[in-house]
Structure formats: C-alpha cells, structure tokens
Design a protein around this ligand. Sequence first.
Ligand SMILES: [Zn+2]
Length: 128
Amino acid sequence: MTLQKILKFRKYGLYRYKYMLVLYHERPKSMYSAMALVPPFILIWKAKQMYNSKLYKHECIHHRQILELFIIPFFLWYILEYFISRFKGMKHYEAYRNISFEKEAYYGENISNYASRPRWYGFLKFYN
Ligand SMILES: [Zn+2]
C-alpha cells in the first residue's frame, strides 16, 4: 500500500497515494465517496474508502479526462451533460451515471492500467 499520511487533524487529513494528493474530510453520511479535483488532488469523504484501489483508478481516469480537456472545459462539459440528462427527466443518480466521463471511469476502474492507455479522449466512446 502506497498510501502515505502527510497530515492528520481530527476529521481532516492529507495523504499521498502514488501521484495523488488525497484531501480527506470525514463525512460518513455523504452519498459519494470521493471526487476528482484538479490533478493531483482528489477529495475523499469516507475513511473506509482510503484503501479502495478501485476508487483511485476511477479518480485517476477522471484526472486524465480533466487534463485531456485542459481543466475548466471538463467541469463545464460534466455539469452540462448532467443537466441535459436531468432536463430529459432522469433522476439525480441516473443523470450522474449517464455522464460520459462517469461511464468511462466506471468502465475503466475494473481494467488494470486503463488510465495509462495510449488512446486519448476515451470518454467520447461513451457519449450518447
Ligand atoms: Zn466518477
């Protein structure tokens, strides 16, 4: 395990996992476990997820997507896809899972080294 503690203060922490800097804030009731921020940062809300390697793979794929779209366009596109799905009548979770970036990340988290694949803009394959 390459998770290395840098700072810990009550419910907050900063850890390093491979290239990632993991900001940790304990929120056990949160619906989600983690969120990719601007690389190399990710945010984790549940302590038990700190040792979930699938989660790091998922967030690593998001980091690649963020860099492929030069950061800000990624977040705009992400939000836009979400709202288009909501506008079409999907519930929150369904709209979230319908975002092409999420579809690629959920697909790739089960494949080893998916994020370091040679092809670019893989999320377009999941866009519909
Ligand atoms: Zn995701």
